[in-house]
Design a binder for this molecule. Structure first.
Ligand code: FE2
Length: 342
């Protein structure tokens, strides 16, 4: 028997549609098409991003169905990320999902975006109970599963790590664009430096606070001449090392506490090879296996929504289209997931 779910992602800068299938209990991703909004200057402008999603939605949907080699009639359910995220962006995905579910008479499946980041990683590596480190533009969390929910062992108390890094490079005049030759501009800048500068390092129990680091680094940057590449490089290098070391410290403490056998790094910042290197060393010290979600599934994407939607579909977690309301602050630990152990 084959079950096919179409998943819609529109929580932030990315509009994506993915198709996931279960054929005789074997999972497969049949399509994963994304279109990303890139602001001309400054951070994400939610209305502009939602306009981008509205314009791109028909093309992305058509391409996803073509890539999967199916028509919309072959789909068993429509999954959509209803939160957390930016209101105007979320509403584009919710509107499309309500239309497709109503017009084609398909079940509508509400998906929590954060849960989807974790589930795609667990599926790709066939993991049942990892310690999850979820790092993205909007989230920084250390997560385990317990009593049918994902539980947050530690998280940022203010800025998320992806947002921290992007704000820093933007404020010092290095971005946009944020990616140059496949590298984040923070990493490009860090290559110009060689000295470590002491910056605020704020770990509170198992939580993190990045706002002091950001403020201090921006204050130092103000006094550096634009031509002094070595000094800017030292600051970028120190900024990255401080932020990543804080994250590795809380992850290591959570690993020592829980004795998990595996660590899974998920979310857009998981693509950083420098973070990857630190996690490889830390997990090897604790004899834990380590997995990092590949780039096409690390950033926001429709495939992870489709896959999580498929798991929910198998447990008949549907809602009426009229009830598909966006939840901008929908935390992952609010969601009861029937496939997780007690
Ligand atoms: Fe995300």
């Amino acid at each position: 028997m084959k079950t096919i779910i179409l998943g819609i992602e529109s929580t932030s800068h990315t509009f994506g549609i993915g198709v996931a299938a279960f054929t005789d209990s074997k999972p497969a991703i049949l399509a994963n098409i994304i279109s990303r909004y890139v602001p001309e200057k400054g951070g994400i402008h939610p209305r502009e991003a939602s306009q981008h999603h509205i314009t791109e939605a028909p093309k992305v949907l058509k391409k996803a169905l073509e890539t999967a080699g199916i028509s919309i009639n072959d789909v068993d359910g429509i999954a959509v990320a209803l939160g957390p995220g930016l209101g105007p962006c979320l509403r584009v995905g919710a509107t499309l999902a309500r239309f497709l579910a109503s017009y084609y008479d398909k079940p509508l499946i509400p998906v929590n975006h954060a849960v989807a980041h974790i589930e795609i990683g667990k599926m790709l590596f066939n993991l049942s109970d990892p310690l999850v480190v979820y790092v993205s533009g909007g989230n920084t969390m250390i997560v385990i599963q317990k009593k049918k929910r994902y539980r947050v062992l530690g998280e940022t108390l203010d800025v998320a790590i992806g947002n921290l890094i992007d704000t820093f490079v933007r404020e010092i005049g290095l971005a946009p664009p944020y990616i140059i030759g496949g590298k984040h501009v923070l990493d490009v800048c860090a290559e110009w430096g060689s000295n470590f500068i002491e910056l605020p390092y704020t770990v509170k129990g198992n939580d993190l606070s990045f706002s002091g680091l950001l403020t201090a680094a921006l204050r130092i940057a103000k006094n550096i001449s634009k031509d002094n590449r070595n000094a800017i490089g030292d600051l970028c290098l120190s900024f990255r090392e401080t932020a990543y070391n804080m994250l590795v410290e809380v992850s290591e403490r959570a690993l020592a506490l829980t004795h998990k056998k595996s660590v899974l790094l998920v979310g857009g910042v998981a693509a950083s090879k420098y973070l990857d290197r630190k996690f490889k060393i830390m997990t090897s010290i604790h004899n834990a296996s380590y997995y990092v979600v590949p780039p096409e599934y690390a950033g926001d994407n429709g495939a992870m929504i489709a896959w999580t939607g498929l798991l929910l579909y198998l447990h008949k977690r549907f809602i009426e289209p009229i009830n598909a309301i966006v939840k901008q602050k929908w935390r992952l630990d609010e969601v009861v997931l029937p496939w997780l152990p007690d």
